[in-house]
Design a protein around this ligand. Structure first.
Ligand code: T3D
Length: 274
């Protein structure tokens, strides 16, 4: 799963814990900027997380002082013709964002330092974003003549409203973590030295919950922005039906009535033929 490169360093570190996985972007000398190798390593690690029933949550973070500085611009210095950036998004960034959103288990992002360009928006594509107090979010794209990608123009206005989204995207200025949390861009801020512990505690807590239901929660919330209320009510009916047949629902109700903590398996149930 780990990928060799960057002078023998793995570009994504994969740490398997009991019930969850930590994925660490690992190109610290380049502030964990994405090159193709890191893209492919992260994709494979997420595929492994998706296919492993024992992995019930994922924690994504960065090595060193940054979370991720977006695209590795050293790869984009033009010596010949201009690169087709649309092709790069199609092949690398868009599949990553889709993969994070579609993963049927929660993804926590611990933003340990600056998150710039695609690095910022990949953080926003995760389910729960916790940032170190010293971290900043920069829609750096317009600083180099680009537009926000990796879902930035989707996530930003939905999370913080059009006025703030426009200013961040057009000005390319850093937003501090506390303001990001206050605006609703992210879930919360942790003190720098407490970030890893708090993010791990959240991920471990998620891994012990009703994983199948959490995947359905993601599905419902992912569909919400494009749906009418009627469509969303229908989707909730369909997904709740699936949740209701899963063993974790029976266990949740049993545990509640027996006044004890539930022990969830995370597994889907058998849905009767319609
Ligand atoms: O291309 C496509 O496929 C299309 C998709 C594009 C997606 C994108 O993400 S476009 C946006 C790309 N990212 C940026 O524009 C951000 C560039 N970086 C910065 O603005 C700053 O580095 C930061 C604000 C992130 C951090 O600033 P600071 O002062 O803390 O650090 P620094 O000194 O600028 O950077 C430290 C080192 O990391 C430095 O290398 P050196 O001089 O020590 O050897 C710097 O060059 C390197 N670095 C930082 N960001 C990148 C990078 N190297 C390559 N690519 C980077 N994005």
């Amino acid at each position: 799963m780990e990928q060799e490169g960057d002078g023998g360093m793995e570009t994504v570190l994969v740490d398997r814990r009991a019930g969850w996985m930590v994925l660490t972007l690992n190109r610290p000398a380049r502030l964990n900027a994405f090159n193709e190798e890191m893209h492919l390593a992260l994709r494979r690690a997420l595929e492994e997380a998706a296919g492993d029933a024992a992995c019930r949550a994922v924690l994504l973070t960065g090595a060193g002082r940054a979370f991720c500085a977006g695209q590795d611009l050293a790869e984009r210095v033009q010596t010949g013709g201009a690169p087709d950036l649309g092709a790069s998004l199609d092949r690398l960034y868009n599949p990553l964002v889709r993969q994070l959103r579609a993963l049927d288990k929660p993804v926590v992002c611990a933003v340990n330092g600056v998150a710039a360009g695609a690095g910022a928006n990949i953080a926003l594509a995760c389910d729960i974003v916790l940032a170190a107090r010293s971290a900043t979010f920069i829609q750096a794209f317009s600083n180099i003549g680009l537009i926000p990608d990796s879902g930035g123009t989707f996530f930003l206005p939905r999370l913080i409203g059009d006025a703030r989204a426009r200013a961040l995207a057009l000005l390319g200025l850093p937003l501090d973590a506390a303001t990001a949390a206050q605006w609703g861009l992210i879930w919360a801020v942790a003190e720098d030295e407490a970030l890893a512990g708090e993010a791990e505690a959240i991920t471990a807590r998620l891994a012990a919950r009703a994983t199948h239901a959490l995947g359905l929660v993601k599905q419902a919330l992912n569909a919400s922005p494009g749906n009418t209320l009627d469509q969303q009510l229908d989707l909730e009916r369909d997904l709740q039906r699936l949740a209701g047949y899963a063993p974790d629902y029976a266990e949740g109700v049993r545990a509640f009535t027996q006044k004890r903590p539930p022990v969830f398996s995370g597994q889907p149930g058998r849905v009767p033929e319609a």
